[in-house]
Design a binder for this molecule. Structure first.
Ligand code: NAD
Length: 488
């Protein structure tokens, strides 16, 4: 067995202290790129541990929220610097733990640095409005105050960027945090927490609570002192978050799955569309909530674009994600691996035709990890499981459309509404698409995946809870409004 050398001795951080496992269960984490590689081990906390974490966050709240925006910003600037200084090391750990190609992992850490600096800037921006009072003499204005103790529950697919895009706004607006990372991203989470600690954050401002969703996550949902819960993950768990939060009147925010479509019209630049769609579908092994998983092609160019996509998919070499040049590495876990292969098989049973890939890669060292060939399926029934469910793997399905309206109807014909793209040069068609498509993030001649950190991000339908994260939108979730009237 190989052991990944890292500096993580504990994965639980409460009230400024790293917790020794003691009698708590400990879980070993093996890498998806080679399951003989031990990346680290995590402490499985109990509900009593979570209670302690919430209590610490509650105690730290009055002094943290009393700091000025500028004072809190200084911590975020320092945290950004710490991440920048440790970018390579954090990226390598992230890659070892969940299999994201190193180049993308570096990009992810960079993004977190930008997010921290962006939100540090929020500490000096406006937090309210002045309104004209009808009596002509009163001072009528709004201001914003923190929610209080917030619970952040994060997924494994962006182990650094997603926690940071929740932590940074939570902190700058004066909240204290109990953060539960995903099981497959716990070691990177602990390293990120070490870097936040090194930036000087006072004890109790952020706690990291590692363990299972059923115990640790559920306790955060049920704890009466957790005023707000920001969740990113699957829609199945998101429903539980919504129910638990509603039952005890907590504020909640859900960002969930996608089944994102890219439409390609007959006038499009097909070479550019093919490059972009393959990148959107296969990068991060398709494990982005905004990955393109369906391509809807206008009939006259269907055969030509299909062959361009297949040619590109067949050229992709699966490789070790620790290599800087890796384009496609493993998927995150045995469970995800089995589920993706099942989806492909169920698609074939439902009549789809595999035109590229379709198999696990088992030669040599690949057999030790969770590698799946870049896969494209044609003739996919739009109502089939393959076309309707989020697969979260390097799998792209092709549909044919008669015209733009038919393409939009197919694109909208799923429960999700996270991201969508179109390739065309027609302004008329672009506007029609933007008006009719049911998606929170829309790209024209671009990749469904990826959003600028300063722009709001979130989905429609089952992809979201009608809320938005990032950019200025984050203030809506992490604060509450006070309306003030001062009459002389
Ligand atoms: P998941 O729902 O299995 O887990 C997400 C988090 O919820 C984890 O930390 C998990 O431990 C926790 N959890 C599980 N059960 C819980 C419970 N009963 N109570 C409280 N917490 C619980 O999701 P995942 O597999 O980690 O991530 C993949 C999913 O995330 C995909 O569906 C993907 O589309 C989605 N995602 C969405 C976005 C977005 O912004 N829309 C971004 C990234 C990922």
């Amino acid at each position: 067995m190989q052991t990944y050398v890292n500096v993580i001795e504990s994965t639980a951080y409460i009230n400024g202290c790293w917790l020794e496992p003691g009698s708590r269960p400990v879980k070993a984490h093996y890498s998806p790129l080679n399951t003989e590689l031990l990346v680290g081990s995590s402490t499985q906390l109990s509900t009593a541990d979570v209670d302690l974490a919430v209590q610490s966050a509650k105690q730290a709240l009055p002094s943290w929220s009393a700091l000025s925006g500028m004072q809190r910003a200084n911590y975020l600037f320092k945290a950004a610097q710490m991440l920048e200084d440790h970018q390579e090391e954090l990226a390598q750990l992230l890659t070892a733990e969940m299999g994201k190609p190193l180049g993308e992992a570096r990009g992810e850490v960079n993004r977190a640095v930008v997010l921290l600096r962006y939100y540090a800037g929020e500490g000096l921006r406006s937090i309210g409005d002045v309104l004209p009072a009808t009596d002509g003499i009163s001072h009528l204005y709004t201001t914003r105050v923190p929610l209080g103790v917030v619970g952040l529950i994060t997924p494994w697919n962006f182990p650094v960027a997603i926690p940071v895009w929740k932590l940074a706004p939570a902190l700058i607006f004066g909240n204290t945090v109990v953060w539960k990372p995903a099981e497959h991203a716990t070691i990177a989470a602990a390293r990120l927490m070490q870097l936040l600690e090194a930036s000087g954050l006072p004890p109790g401002v952020v706690q990291l609570v590692s363990g299972s969703g059923a115990v640790v996550g559920q306790r955060i949902l049920d704890h009466l002192d957790v005023t707000g819960i920001s969740f990113t993950g699957s829609d199945a768990v998101g429903q539980q978050v919504a129910q638990a939060a509603t039952a005890r009147h907590a504020k909640y925010q859900l960002e969930m799955g996608g089944k994102n479509a890219t439409i390609v019209l007959a006038d499009a630049d097909l070479e550019r569309a093919a490059d972009t769609i393959i990148s959107a579908a296969m990068r991060s092994a398709g494990q982005k909530c905004t990955a393109t998983s369906r391509v809807i092609i206008e009939k006259p160019v269907k055969a030509q674009l299909t062959s361009l996509l297949v040619e590109r998919a067949k050229r992709i070499q699966l490789s070790d994600p620790r290599d800087s040049g890796c384009y496609l590495g493993p998927v995150v876990s045995q469970r995800q691996y089995a589920s993706i292969l099942d989806f492909i098989q169920s698609g074939v049973r439902e009549g789809a035709e595999i035109v590229a890939g379709g198999q696990a890669k088992m030669e040599g060292e690949f057999a030790k990890g969770y590698y799946i060939e870049p896969t494209i399926l044609d003739r996919v029934d739009p109502q089939s499981t393959l076309a309707q469910e989020e697969i979260f793997g390097p799998v792209l399905v092709i549909h044919e459309a008669d015209d733009l309206d038919h393409a939009i109807q197919l694109a909208n014909g799923v429960r999700y509404g996270l991201a969508a793209a179109i390739f065309t040069h027609s302004h008329k068609h672009i506007h029609h698409f933007v008006n009719r498509i049911e998606a929170g993030l829309i790209k024209v001649n671009g990749e469904t995946a990826g959003v600028e950190p300063q722009a709001p991000f979130g989905g429609m339908k089952l992809s979201s809870s009608y809320s938005r994260e990032q950019g200025r939108a984050a203030i809506e979730f992490f604060t509450q409004v006070k309306t003030v009237v001062i009459t002389p």
